[in-house]
Design a protein around this ligand. Structure first.
Ligand code: FES
Ligand code: FES
Length: 167
């Protein structure tokens, strides 16, 4: 139907009005009732709203819902498979990598995106030699996760969890 879009979120299609003003974050939370991505700053500065779009991390507060049509959106809610938590989620629990938990869904989605970026050999600002594939060092992880803020300072556990999930 004209005037509608289809958003595919965590493996399910949803029809929504094609409102050009609605962000992906508001569509997920307010229209679809998915509370996983959090609204922290709503300005692209905290990372709490991070989700994956075709496996790449995006800030859903800076993404329009209409622009997300045709991509596979994954929130932290959709990372588990067959009732099993994603390895990154398990590692966060094992390393006590959250306190309030408000930032955690964004941290987890971002971490999954970081591991994919590392697996593809994409360099970051912390990569000293861009002619070789970066390794999941603490410096690489910290640099790549720098867009995800945790106000209660769970960073050591977060980095340790991602290091473990990197294998
Ligand atoms: S709510 Fe999107 S970056 Fe803060
Ligand atoms: S665990 Fe959410 S802000 Fe620190």
């Amino acid at each position: 139907m004209a005037g509608e879009i289809t958003l595919r979120v965590d493996g399910h299609d949803h029809r929504l009005p094609a409102d050009p003003r609605t962000t992906l974050l508001d569509a997920l939370r307010e229209r679809l009732g998915n509370p996983s991505p959090k609204k922290g700053c709503d300005h692209g500065q905290c990372g709490a709203c991070t989700v994956l779009a075709d496996g790449r991390r995006v800030l859903s507060c800076l993404t329009l819902a209409v622009a997300a049509e045709g991509t596979e959106i994954t929130t932290a809610n959709g990372l588990a498979e067959n009732g099993e938590l994603h390895p990154v989620q398990r590692a966060f629990i094992e390393h006590d990598a959250f306190q309030c938990g408000y930032c955690t869904p964004g941290q987890v989605c971002s971490a999954v995106g970081v591991l994919d970026e590392l697996g593809r050999g994409w360099p970051s600002h912390a990569t000293s030699d861009v002619s070789t594939s970066p390794t999941p060092s603490r410096a690489e992880i910290a640099e790549r996760m720098s867009g995800n803020l945790c106000r209660c300072g769970a960073y050591p556990g977060i980095v340790a969890a991602i290091e473990e999930a990197a294998g």
